[in-house]
Ligand binder design. Structure first.
Ligand code: ADP
Ligand code: ZN
Ligand code: ZN
Length: 753
């Protein structure tokens, strides 16, 4: 104690709360010896005790002696954050306008922050002794004698006290009694909560792939990535490959190279539950060489996450597969980051910290001098532009494996189908016939349904026209209450027309259909023995159901699978020869400037599910807007032409990726107040005359009331996020808002509802 007082060891600690810079603390010698940069400690801060990360063990400046406070305790000796992750956190909190505390909170699993311990088990074992001695010891307790005899017989000799006690109906007090008498020996052992060992396997057969030759294109792409890895410098590359072109194999080649360099790999997918086959393939592939693949997803229990985290921190595992939040997984010596299906909106986090996982992945690779590989059959416009400008490199897989054809896509003009029948049909005649034909041929079908928006938009069933805002080129929303159309970007409104503005038809409609309804219709048109299943959000909430459905589908027990987004991507079923799209143009009726991009992506991805086996696939696409160019480009699978046209369109409107889109949401319990402050704020902004910021709104969000809160939003279009933020913040600092109202900034917003 004396020694501590005379010359305390000093450490710098970054408190995880309220502070954006490190503070200096003293540490007792015994504690100091356990600390590393990145260790998690508990420290006094004001009157509170908070958690902090040790950021330096040799502080640059000495604090005034009398004010020195001491680290209270050690929470996690293992470094929770490398300096690289601390830098990443700083960048995220600056760029995405969220607190460092919030960001660090997202980075460090709660179980680690809480100082959760590794799980230990109490193991017990009977000690062999002469009979008389045993009899003597347990003389007065037949229960103990009984338990001892049982334990002596158990195989293996050493058992988990709790499990064994439960199974053999021996109470803990009996066990303790025997321990006291020296008849049972106990020891502690650390266990790993490896709950997901075969969690994702829907059918492991055929997954352990025999080594086969890469196609010419795969080889070329691999060579290019290997060259990137050899350079030892940061680089981002788009792997643009049509569906079924073997992108996963190229990822694996790149991973092998990175592991060979002694590095770690981060593999991001839009949602782990939707990528069971990818996880299985990686496990089968790398498991063979003793490489553990850690799966990082939101359903892990606190203990499982802690164990996964530990394995990575200690370098016991070097590969992580996970969704968005896995971008923070503490992979050591990161060499390669793969972002599969990089165009997916799911990479954007919609709660604080509101980051774009794909972009964070690129930045993390940059901080590590690693390679970031973005893969997609339908790259995002953002990535396409970065390739065009030379910021990202590109490798292309233009052909399907084994020269399989992309499926033939038929467009079914629903405007004409609607004329044939009184009520617009859900399933057109050609699609019904195709479904029945597949059933007879013992082939499988997938029916895809777009997810509906929150609101109704108006469209004409005769010409397919969708009512759009004159200023924003997005679909307008119909409001039942006042029969007006509203633009949810800028707030413009006009009375809902009674006739189509394009063809003067009176047949303008507002509805879509749910999956349940489609399932019923499909059942009604199929032969009685046909098996139809539905996969939607409900199914996904039941943990094993989706996996079971996939397994049954693979085994051919299901004839038709009906579903939403979840079945659009990634799945590889050789026996599927028909894909039907119920409402291809529905995204075009959504209030989103990315509508064409989404419609195109979904069509191409869904079509990609057909014809992955020996037989060619066919796709039937029902649409009211067959003339729309995104639908035409998707039909012919003309990616580059689509990207060119869409980029030109975005440029003309100055939308992303040509400028950044920042969404500013005002949220409150009172609609009047929320609207009022959003409007006042707009006036404030107009007075200030911001530079390089175009302002839209305020407007009610498409889903104006959510969880009891009313929401109004404004949009800022700018070429520089930091410049825009600093101007906005300056004004916001002087703008007084009722404290019932909360305002939130969402940088590079994806969701506009
Ligand atoms: P993508 O991700 O581009 O849609 P996948 O990676 O799923 O395509 O590959 C499609 C199919 O082709 C898979 O069944 C995969 O096992 C197979 N495959 C990939 N590369 C080869 C190859 N070089 N030779 C034979 N089959 C391959
Ligand atoms: Zn019309
Ligand atoms: Zn508008």
């Amino acid at each position: 104690m004396k020694e501590v007082l005379s010359s305390p060891a000093l450490v710098e600690v970054l408190p995880l709360g309220g502070f954006d810079h490190a503070l200096t603390y003293g540490a007792k010698k015994s504690l100091y010896d356990c600390l590393k940069v990145g260790s998690l400690v508990r420290i006094p801060l004001g009157v509170r005790r908070v958690i902090g990360v040790v950021s330096s063990l040799s502080p640059e400046h000495s604090p005034p002696r009398e004010k020195l406070r001491f680290v209270s305790s050690l929470v996690q000796p293992e470094p929770v954050l490398s300096s690289e992750l601390v830098n990443l956190a700083k960048w995220i909190s600056a760029y995405y306008a969220c607190s460092l505390e919030n960001t660090l909170g997202a980075m460090i699993p709660a179980s680690v922050r809480d100082g959760m311990e590794a799980k230990t088990r109490r193991m017990i074992e009977a000690i062999v002794m002469p009979k008389e001695q045993v009899a003597d010891l347990v003389k007065r307790s037949p229960k103990q004698a009984n338990a001892y005899a049982l334990l002596k017989e158990s195989k293996p000799k050493q058992v988990d006290a709790i499990v064994w006690g439960r199974e053999s109906k021996v109470s803990p007090s009996v066990i303790d009694g025997l321990i006291k008498k020296g008849l049972i020996k106990q020891s502690m052992s650390e266990v790993s909560r490896d709950a997901y060992s075969d969690e994702w396997t829907d059918d492991a057969e055929g997954l352990v792939e025999s080594l086969r030759e890469l196609t010419e294109e795969q080889q070329k792409a691999t060579d290019e990535i290997v060259e990137d890895l050899d350079s030892g410098e940061f680089r981002t590359r788009l792997l643009q490959g049509v569906t079924g072109s073997g992108k996963t194999e190229v990822y694996c080649q790149a991973m092998e190279k990175a592991l060979g360099q002694g590095g770690g790999v981060l593999f991001l997918v839009p949602e782990v539950a939707l990528a069971p086959q990818t996880v299985d393939r990686l496990r089968a592939r790398f498991g063979q060489s003793g490489e553990e693949v850690v799966v990082w997803h939101s359903h892990l229990s606190a203990g499982e996450r802690l164990d996964a985290w530990r394995k990575l921190v200690r370098g016991e595992a070097r590969i992580v597969v996970g969704a968005r939040s896995a971008v923070f997984a503490p992979v050591q010596n990161l060499r390669l980051v793969v972002v599969d299906e990089e165009h997916e909106a799911a990479f954007k986090q919609e709660d604080a910290p509101r980051y774009q996982g794909r972009d964070v992945a690129v930045y993390r690779a940059y901080l590590n001098g690693a390679i970031c590989l973005l893969g997609s059959a339908t790259p995002s416009l953002e990535t396409a532009r970065n390739v065009k400008s030379g910021k990202y490199a590109k490798s292309v897989l233009s052909k399907r494996i084994d020269g399989r054809e992309l499926p033939l896509v038929h467009l079914i003009d629903m405007r004409r189908e609607a004329l044939k029948q009184k009520v617009p049909p859900i399933l057109s005649q050609p699609l019904v016939e195709a479904l029945r034909q597949r059933y007879e041929n013992r082939e499988q079908s997938i029916l895809f349904l777009n997810r509906r928006g929150f609101n109704t938009t108006l469209f004409c069933t005769e010409c397919g026209e969708v009512e759009q805002c004159r200023d924003c080129s997005i679909a307008m929303t119909y409001h039942r209450t006042d029969h007006y159309l509203h633009c949810h970007l800028c707030g413009y409104r006009k009375p809902a027309p009674r006739v189509c503005g394009n063809c003067k038809s009176v047949d303008i409609r507002k509805k879509g259909h749910g999956t349940q309804r489609i399932e019923d219709v499909v059942e009604s048109i199929m032969p009685r023995r046909a098996r139809v299943v539905r996969v939607d959000a409900d199914v996904m909430t039941k943990k094993n159901l989706f996996r079971e459905i996939l397994r049954d589908f693979r085994k051919g027990k299901i004839d038709v699978m009906v579903g939403t987004q979840m079945i659009a991507k990634g799945l590889d079923f050789p026996r599927v020869t028909l894909v039907g799209v119920i409402d291809a143009d529905l995204p075009l009726r959504m209030e989103d400037f990315r509508a064409s991009e989404r419609a195109f992506q979904i069509l191409v991805q869904v079509a990609g599910r057909a014809g992955r086996g020996d037989r060619a696939g066919e796709v039937y696409v029902q649409t009211y807007a067959p003339h729309e160019s995104c639908i035409q480009f998707a039909r012919r699978a003309e990616l580059d032409a689509f990207l060119d046209e869409e980029l030109a369109m975005r440029k003309e409107l100055n939308y992303p990726p040509f400028r950044h889109l920042i969404r500013h949401v005002f949220r409150g319990r009172s609609e009047q107040k929320t609207k009022f402050y959003a409007e006042q704020w707009r006036k404030e902004l107009d007075r200030a005359q911001l530079k390089d910021v175009e302002i839209k709104g305020p407007a009610a969000t498409p889903l104006v009331k959510m969880k009891g809160y009313y929401r109004y939003h404004l949009f800022y279009l700018t070429s520089s996020v930091s410049n825009c933020l600093s101007q906005v913040r300056k004004i916001r600092g002087q703008f007084i808002i009722d404290n019932e109202i909360i305002d939130i900034l969402d940088i590079d917003a994806v969701q506009v509802s």
